[in-house]
Design a protein around this ligand. Structure first.
Ligand code: HXC
Length: 510
């Protein structure tokens, strides 16, 4: 028996070496960890259970019949993150560049099926060169099997992709169908076709970083939800993210011990909004002062900064935060901000995460660039997403809530459950200047009359009270009591039930 056990250890040792020490050293020299080292950091110590360590490809073309490396370029299994089950697959770049064969795909789909059966999140760590070129259609078919499962699991279990090296060809589309994509700065890139193909087809000369690095996807394209300095930081942040997420769509949000007090008031919030309505202030200050321990996990921090999205906790329970940011473009809603927030809102709703919305929005961004870019359709995405929510919606208007953007930002009319306004709120069709120039056009030459009309408009409409008189706002609250108000509202709504008519699925404007 000892020989048998020794043989097993030997085979395990061989599999753990992947593509061999030379390639492991090359991986380290590039500042990257190996597939197994990454899993060790992602999961609780000693919790990883590996599957299919000895799986090999079955390709007999182009000399592959003599090249067999146990595991075939992907490490798969499950373990725990702070005690909660997650499934994981980690592409091993040292084995055939992490490329996907039929056998490699079968390892991933096994893990996808198990994650769905166990109703637990799945995390994919990517560092790969796309379809295994020697395998041809077996590799393409393998990708199709993975994609189909991504879609089946969407909205049932959280799916997270972390890009930690090259991610090309077929490898980009599976992440694209997961809930979140994060990247590592300078060492990872994602593109459908690489720089060489780009040059051949379009004559454009571009580097990998310029084409698909974190500086592109976390800032310009919005393909990625965030980027980290190195492998270590990225993996530790994934552990933090998992702590905010439910295991599945029926499990409810995780509840962690809170070291913050429910009744904490913050007098500094009474002076957060400047006297001058055109002066910006940082909405993140309000977010951090409202949530437990100021702990906020921001999603897409570097893209469409005019809206802030992310996860936090109130009384130890996860919430999604959506907030207009007056510091960027005065917090206006444009196409990018609408798309960003709509996707976040839909994630929260799919996984029963209540949403707290902070509103200070001067309206939708006017202009040909926005209209030609489909602002109507993109704005409608956010309107649709909020209107469709069945999770608790708590809304606080801090200052401007103008025009259609008032309706969109989780107003009472589209399903807001508890809607509060600060005394500094201004709820109107538009700001005073624009309004007076339209409805008192005849007086435009008379400065005194215009000043009087502007004052009249401001006094009547630029306050929360017209909306409060009609019940569109449940209460005008003291800014310093925002945390307590939000926490009590969420407590009230904890068992919210709402019915929607049966349908196969909706037709959100894509
Ligand atoms: C087989 C591959 C491979 C692949 C890399 N390797 N990609 N083997 N199939 N797709 C192997 C290399 O031969 C090499 O083996 C090792 O992995 C490391 O690769 P290098 O090129 O030395 O590394 P590097 O210089 O870092 O470049 C990494 C890379 C490059 C940018 C990913 O390898 C590359 O461009 N690969 C091809 C990418 C691609 O076009 N894939 C197909 C996409 S089409 P040795 O033995 O020398 O170490 C696709 C279709 C699916 O995916 C569509 C579904 C919708």
């Amino acid at each position: 028996m000892k020989d048998v056990l020794d043989k097993l250890e030997e085979r395990r040792g061989e599999a753990r070496l992947g593509g061999g020490q030379r390639r492991i050293d090359a991986q380290h020299a590039r500042g990257k960890l190996t597939a197994r080292e990454r899993i060790e950091l992602l999961l609780d110590r000693g919790s990883f259970e590996e599957f299919d360590m000895f799986v090999q490809h079955r390709c007999a073309d182009f000399g592959m019949e003599s090249q067999h490396i146990p595991g075939d370029g992907v490490v798969t299994g499950w373990g725990t993150v702070n005690g909660r089950t997650v499934f994981v697959f980690s592409k091993d770049f040292t084995v055939f560049g992490g490329s996907l064969s039929g056998a490699h795909a079968a390892k991933i789909t096994k893990i996808q099926d198990m994650a769905l059966k166990a109703r637990a999140p799945i995390i994919g760590l990517f560092d790969a060169g796309g379809a295994r070129i020697q395998e041809g259609v077996d590799a393409l078919g393998g990708y199709g099997e993975v994609f189909k499962r991504n879609v089946t699991a969407s909205g049932v279990i959280p799916q997270i992709s972390l890009i930690m090296g090259p991610c090309a060809g077929g490898d980009v589309y599976s992440p694209a169908m997961t809930d979140f994509i994060f990247m590592v700065k300078d060492t990872s890139y994602m593109f459908v076709t690489g720089p060489d193909v780009v040059k051949t087809v379009t004559n454009e000369v571009v580097t990998s970083e310029e084409l698909g690095g974190a500086s592109v996807h976390a800032v310009k394209s919005s393909v990625a939800d965030g980027a980290y300095e190195n492998d270590l930081e990225a993996l530790l942040q994934m552990r933090r993210l998992i702590d905010f997420l439910p295991a599945n769509n029926l499990d409810g949000v995780p509840e962690l011990p809170s070291f913050d007090t429910l009744d904490r008031i913050d007098m500094s919030l009474d002076t957060l909004v400047p006297d001058n309505p055109n002066k910006p202030y940082d909405i993140k200050e309000l977010i951090l002062k409202t949530v437990d321990e100021g702990d906020f996990f921001e999603i897409q921090a570097k893209f469409a900064g005019n809206i802030v999205t992310g996860f936090a906790r109130i009384e130890g329970r996860s919430v999604g935060i959506v907030a207009n940011q007056p510091m960027v473009l005065a917090g206006v809603l444009d196409s990018d901000a609408s798309r960003k927030a709509a996707r976040f809102v839909r994630f929260c709703d799919a996984f029963s995460i209540p949403i707290v919305t902070f509103v200070d929005v001067p309206g939708f961004l006017p202009g040909t660039a926005q209209e030609y870019g489909g602002l109507i359709k993109h704005g409608a995405k956010l309107l649709f997403a909020y209107s469709q929510c069945t999770v608790p919606l708590v809304t606080i208007i801090t200052r401007k809530a103008f025009g259609g953007a008032y309706d969109v930002m989780a107003s009472k009319h589209i399903g807001g459950d508890i809607n509060y306004a600060w005394p500094s709120a201004q709820i109107a069709v538009m700001g005073a200047k624009g309004a007076v120039e339209i409805i008192f056009r005849a007086d435009i030459g008379d400065a005194d009359k215009i000043a009087a009309r502007t004052k009249e408009y401001e006094e009547r409409f630029l306050s929360p009270f017209v909306a409060a008189e009609r019940g569109y706002i449940d209460e005008v609250i003291m800014p310093h009591s925002t945390r307590r108000r939000v926490a009590r509202a969420l407590g009230l709504l904890r068992h919210k039930a709402s019915e929607t008519p049966w349908k196969k699925h909706d037709n959100i404007p894509l």
